[in-house]
Ligand binder design. Structure first.
Ligand code: SAM
Length: 333
């Protein structure tokens, strides 16, 4: 097994996570991970299929009794993942919704498809700049500014169905919250005393009240309301925001990090705070570019990660080292 770091509060293994080689039974406090969604995102090989159920059995093995796991998923395949988690022994506790406004709709104009079907040439009505994400290899490979034609349907039938499409804009990602059950006959207090797991850290994840707001409820807490299962990017138009707000990372936001599905560190920090405390060790079997690990370093939690891709694991190692050396102030991520 090749480890990148010694005597630091984190380890990243550049190898497959299956088996979680090197991790003892009942030794991990929390798992926070963003596995392949199985939707073939941007044709990446590693996203072609959901992980095998085996990895969730491995996760169950290493998690302490009462420990929580937060697993990102896609809307389309979360039911498979939930079943895999349940069949591996976990209890489904909740599904958090990370809402954002900058998801990409996967659609096209059916009116144009109808033109094609009828062998009618659609009408060119202008051009637009095509921008699609960031590609391995640096700024030169950024697909910016490619000109593409804009078309409108020309056939009568195509015009009738102009603007019909194939899917709505994705505005949230589900995060499945599961727990390894407490041993028979052990209550939460006993488990917390024995392992430090079994409950949620609601204290450190409270959402502050708006200044001057009359506190509602029969027992308002001075630090704010209990965090909800909706985490969202932008305030909706319903007054001030009572939810945790965090934007999606744009693919070209970090030129040194070409991972196509990196998660915002701020979001990971919130999730880490929710299911751990400072003595906890967090596992991410699908580390990618290391956002979970960076957030752990910031929050003084120990971290163990697995990433099978050499390039991504190098990015993760560099990001964690920079966070570890520089602290948050000097952080550029
Ligand atoms: C959705 S990405 C994680 C992105 C990460 N959250 C971030 O912020 O960069 C999933 C990652 O899992 C990795 N992966 C897929 N199968 C794996 C396996 N069996 N073992 C370890 N890593 C794997 C992929 O290479 C990919 O980088």
């Amino acid at each position: 097994m090749s480890t990148s770091t010694q005597s630091k509060p984190y380890k990243i293994y550049n190898q497959s996570c299956y088996g979680l080689e090197g991790i003892s039974d009942d030794s991990i406090d929390a798992i926070i991970t963003d596995p392949p969604y199985g939707i073939g995102f941007q044709a990446h090989e590693w996203d072609k299929a959901l992980p095998e159920r085996q990895i969730w059995k491995d996760c169950y093995r290493v998690l302490k009794p009462g420990g929580y796991a937060l697993v990102f998923s896609s809307i389309r395949l979360m039911h498979h993942l939930m079943l895999d988690l349940e069949k591996s022994g976990f209890r489904i506790k909740d599904v958090l919704m990370w809402a954002f406004l900058n998801g990409m709709p996967k659609s096209r104009d059916v009116g144009l498809d109808i033109d094609k079907e009828l062998e009618v040439e659609s009408t060119k009505v202008g051009t637009y700049n095509y921008v699609q994400g960031y590609k391995k290899g640096g700024a030169d490979n950024y697909y910016a500014g490619k000109k593409k034609y804009r078309y409108e349907p020309a056939s009568e039938e195509g015009k009738y169905y102009q603007g019909w499409g194939m899917g709505i804009k994705p505005c949230y990602e589900p995060i499945i919250m599961v727990q390894k059950p407490l041993p028979n006959g052990v209550n939460v207090a006993q488990n917390m005393l024995e392992h430090g797991t079994g409950a949620l850290n609601l204290e450190d994840t409270r959402m502050p009240y708006e200044e001057g707001e009359g506190k509602v409820g029969h027992n308002p807490h001075s630090k704010g309301r209990v965090t909800g299962n909706v985490l969202r990017t932008f305030p909706f138009k319903d007054g001030y925001d009572k939810f945790f707000l965090v934007p999606k990372v744009r693919q070209h936001a970090e030129e040194y990090n070409y991972h196509p599905t990196k998660k915002p560190v701020e979001l990971m920090e919130h999730l880490i705070k929710l299911i751990t405390h400072e003595k906890s060790t967090v596992l991410d079997p699908f580390t990618g570019s290391g956002s979970t690990g960076v957030a752990c370093v910031y929050l003084h939690r120990s971290f163990v990660g697995y990433e099978m891709d050499k390039g991504y694991s190098e990015i993760a190692k560099n990001r964690l080292l920079a966070a570890y050396k520089g602290g948050k102030q000097q952080d550029m991520f």
